[in-house]
Design a protein around this ligand. Structure first.
Ligand SMILES: Cc1ncc(COP(=O)(O)O)c(C=O)c1O
Length: 426
């Protein structure tokens, strides 16, 4: 966990590199330093963190998992670069700003624990994951294994490979919640055949909050020539992790979720020895770019402002520190979830509340309650934004607070939920 000195040093460096930070943002970072140690329940510290965001505080946003607001300093750099680009795009955007993506690559690589030559900057997890889904050579009859709860856009991509290439996609239906890692790993082990070429797993399930045992899946496929794509859309910058802990060869994530980077940012990690044989979605220059991680960034004209501001989001996150951030997120989750579980036997958590498990993303179901109506009631009557999950396999309300969420906001949500359980939402 960073010390106070680290925090000050990083903030000074960042402030020096980004001369036009909004003064209030800088004050918030320094305010956070002087207001406490940043323990999960240290409201004076987190009060300062929330001041780094220019948000409408008359609403309570508990859907940061879908897409998070960025701190003001991130937004400010992006807007500054958009204006600068617009003055003379061919020079300012292409010649001045675009090359700075290399600093973003370097810093993201440090964060994930890989080489910069393995780190492609993309626009979101969908682009990253579909690069691997479409970029892996598979013949008709070759098999991919996913679960029925994998992210729908990735499922669409697999369906397209089925329709177009005759690939066979096995969709595992696992119990919700998944009882243990062993059950998860065994389901994949049982589905593997000599034709299996790809397994796609979510690092953190967007529907249940389950954190998959990535390393165990990597061990399962060792020596079998199977590519494992880890969909990390919800995991990166949510809880501590590194490439080496995971052992992953491919990892796709969005950065506009838990890193709080500008909307339309993500990364694709590809292990160095897999770059050459994994096709980009959009063609690169052959043969010179074939073995270059930048081949996944040949997407035509696009704003440099968005991806360059990832560097500021990294600075902001490092200022808090991943361990401290994760501890706060789990504290906020436990505060509402444990209260509601104690309140009524109708409340059932789909997400594990074991110490150290998962993060802020937690899903609750209330026996006998229509989750769609509950979500509409929370928003319409209480201006509390949550996510309804209503599918064939289960129903649940997804709640994703963030670092700017205050405990009184969590308590207002819990009050409203207790009222809903008591008197209904009709
Ligand atoms: C597990 C998972 N994968 C992929 C995505 C797609 O993310 P994006 O829309 O940022 O590409 C999401 C979005 O919520 C997700 O939860």
């Amino acid at each position: 966990m960073p010390t106070r000195r680290d925090f000050v040093a990083q903030s000074v460096l960042a402030a020096a590199a980004i001369p036009r930070w909004k003064p209030t943002s800088i004050r918030s970072l320094y305010g956070a330093m002087s207001s406490g140690d940043g323990a999960p329940d240290d409201e004076s510290y987190w009060q300062e963190i929330q001041r780094a965001f220019d948000l409408d505080r008359s609403i309570i946003n508990l859907n940061n998992g879908g897409c998070s607001p960025a701190p003001t300093m991130v937004l400010e750099q992006m807007i500054r670069d958009v204006r600068f680009s617009n003055e003379l795009p061919v020079q300012h955007m292409w010649q001045v700003l675009e090359p700075r993506v290399e600093a973003v690559r370097r810093e993201l690589a440090i964060e994930f624990g890989c080489d910069p030559e393995e780190m492609a900057i993309t626009r979101n997890a969908s682009e990253s994951n579909e690069t691997v889904i479409f970029g892996t050579d598979m013949k008709a009859g070759d098999e991919a294994i996913i679960t029925t709860l994998n992210y729908p856009r990735m499922q669409n991509a697999w369906r397209q490979r089925e329709l177009r290439d005759g690939v066979v996609v096995k969709r595992l239906k696992l119990p919700t919640p998944i009882p243990s890692d062993d059950v998860f790993v065994k389901a994949f082990a049982d589905a593997i055949t000599p034709r299996t070429k790809v397994i796609e797993i979510m690092h953190l399930s967007f529907q249940t909050g389950y954190v998959a045992p990535v390393r165990k899946i990597m061990e399962l496929v060792r020596g079998k020539g199977i590519t494992v794509l880890v969909d990390g859309a919800h995991a990166f910058a949510h809880f501590p992790m590194s490439r080496d802990e995971l052992g992953a060869d491919f990892y796709g994530t969005s950065l506009h979720k838990w890193l709080m980077a500008p909307i339309g940012t993500g990364f694709l990690y590809v292990r160095r020895n897999r770059v050459k044989d994994t096709w980009p979605l959009l063609a690169c220059t052959y043969p010179t770019e074939q073995d270059d991680i930048r081949k996944y960034e040949q997407i035509g004209t696009h704003p440099a402002a968005n991806h360059n501001a990832i560097a500021v989001a990294l600075t902001f996150n490092r200022g808090i520190g991943q361990d401290r951030k994760t501890a706060r997120l789990r504290f906020l989750r436990d505060r509402w979830a444990k209260r509601l579980v104690a309140y009524s036997p109708r409340v059932k958590m789909i997400t594990s509340l074991e110490p150290g498990a998962a993060g802020a993303l937690a899903v609750v179901t209330i026996e006998g309650m229509d989750i769609g109506k509950l979500q509409g009631w929370l928003w319409g009557k209480h201006q509390i934004m949550t996510t309804p999950l209503v599918g064939d396999e289960f129903q649940g309300l997804r709640v994703t607070p963030n670092v700017y969420t205050m405990t009184q906001e969590i308590d207002r949500f819990s009050d409203a939920m207790e009222m809903a359980i008591k008197v209904g939402v009709a």
